[in-house]
Unconditional design. Structure first.
Length: 171
C-alpha cells in the first residue's frame, strides 16, 4: 500500500532536478574539503563538524529533499574544530540556499535567512536589529498545514442578564 501523500505529488521538474543536483554537489564539496583537511572517517568528520557520528554521516551522505536544517548548519559553524576551508564552503552553501539556487521557495528562503541573522545579544552595543515581517501563511513553523480555525467559545452556563436589554415576558 503506497503513501497517498507521495502518490499525489507531482514529479520534479527539470529545473528542480538541476537545483537538487547543485545542492548535492555542494554537500559533496563540503565532504571533499573535510577529506583534504585530513578528516577521512565519519568519526573524524563528526569531531570536526561538532556533531555525533550518525549526524555527520547523514549530513554528508544522505540525499535529503530539503538539505540540512538551519539548526544543524549553525551548530556546525559554531564548532571550534571546523577547518577554515570547510567553514568557507558551508557559508557558501548557506548563501546559495538563501539565494534560491537549490530550488526553495521565497518564504522558505526568507525563513532560512532569518535563522542566520545575528541575535540581539550578539549585536554590538547600540546597534539595532533589522526587523523582519513574516508573511501570513497557512503553514506552521514546523511545516504542517494549519487546520484549526478560530471559533466562538461556548459555555454550558446561561448567558448573563443584561440590565440594558429588556426581554418581554411570555405571559
Amino acid at each position: 500500500m503506497g503513501n497517498k501523500r507521495n502518490a499525489d505529488r507531482k514529479p520534479p521538474t527539470k529545473l528542480q532536478l538541476k537545483a537538487k543536483a547543485r545542492q548535492a554537489s555542494k554537500i559533496a564539496e563540503i565532504r571533499e574539503a573535510l577529506v583534504v583537511a585530513g578528516y577521512r572517517t565519519a568519526a573524524e568528520q563528526a569531531i570536526a563538524l561538532g556533531v555525533n557520528r550518525s549526524t555527520a554521516w547523514a549530513f554528508l551522505n544522505l540525499n535529503k529533499r530539503a538539505g540540512p536544517s538551519a539548526r544543524l548548519l549553525k551548530r556546525i559553524l559554531a564548532s571550534s574544530k571546523l577547518p577554515p576551508a570547510v567553514r568557507r564552503t558551508i557559508k557558501e552553501y548557506v548563501n546559495e540556499k538563501i539565494a534560491g539556487l537549490y530550488g526553495h521557495g521565497k518564504y522558505r528562503r526568507s525563513w532560512f535567512h532569518n535563522q542566520f541573522r545575528p541575535s540581539v545579544s550578539a549585536l554590538p552595543k547600540g546597534a539595532r536589529p533589522t526587523q523582519s515581517v513574516r508573511p501570513a501563511s497557512s503553514m506552521s513553523a514546523l511545516g504542517h498545514k494549519r487546520t484549526l480555525a478560530l471559533s466562538e467559545s461556548m459555555s454550558a452556563l446561561p448567558p448573563k442578564a443584561d440590565p440594558k436589554r429588556h426581554v418581554p415576558s411570555a405571559h
